[in-house]
Design a protein around this ligand. Structure first.
Ligand code: HEM
Ligand SMILES: [Ca+2]
Length: 185
């Protein structure tokens, strides 16, 4: 699997390869977001990706995201740290910090994230601007430290989804699923 597949797979709680709106909502709640942010994120993400990330013969709702096709969800005005197939691109990731981590080495302030977003904007790509802004603002609110700094190792860990697993370890762990099956029987 590519890193982008792993990024999305965190949200697939039941492991069926599809991220439903209620799974997106539940994962946001597990990560600590409130009702409002979780509801609007699920509507926005599944609304934007559901119609793109699906096979031609898909039978499920247009709001369901097929992880196998997650690379179709790539947009413009991003950092390029995922390539077109969703593989991680170390050079592009390094470039983020080389260009924008000016206050503290290997960390981004809130202002530096705004500068990163501005610098990546392709003219007229409004949906890409909105998507990139949503991704980075959400990452900042999840990953910033007590001084408001977003460290490089934290940013690195969002790409393969390991950040999500660290913050919400029980959300989709097979161990927990196994326990619930044992309990049901
Ligand atoms: C707390 C939740 C989430 C956070 C913090 C987050 C954060 C990010 C970040 C920082 C990027 C990289 C953007 C770049 O390199 O410019 C990204 C890319 C992406 N994310 Fe998420 N994400 C979240 C949830 C989701 C969900 C639920 C999905 C779909 C199931 C998803 C699908 C994608 C896709 C398709 C990309 C590639 C966009 C591109 O590079 O053009 N993300 N995300
Ligand atoms: Ca699922």
């Amino acid at each position: 699997a590519t890193e982008l597949h792993m990024h999305a797979a965190f949200f697939d709680r039941n492991g069926d390869g599809v991220v439903t709106p209620s799974e997106t909502y539940g994962a946001f709640r597990a990560l600590g977001f409130g009702f409002g942010v979780s509801t609007s994120s699920a509507a926005f993400i599944n609304g934007a990706l559901g119609s793109k990330c699906r096979p031609q013969n898909a039978t499920l709702s247009k709001l369901d995201i097929y992880i196998e096709y997650i690379q179709n969800g790539k947009h413009g005005s991003d950092t390029g740290s995922y390539d077109a197939e969703g593989r991680f691109v170390p050079e592009k990731f390094e470039e983020i910090f080389a260009k924008h981590a000016k206050t503290v080495p290997d960390a981004l302030t809130s202002d530096e994230i705004d500068q990163l977003l501005q610098a990546n904007r392709q003219p007229g790509d409004y949906s890409g601007w909105a998507a990139a802004e949503g991704e980075w603002k959400t990452l900042y609110s999840l990953g910033k430290d007590k001084d408001g700094l977003l460290h490089k190792d934290v940013v690195r860990s969002v790409y393969d989804g390991s950040l999500f697993h660290r913050l919400a370890p029980n959300w989709n762990s097979p161990e927990k699923e196994k326990l619930s099956v044992i309990r049901e029987n």
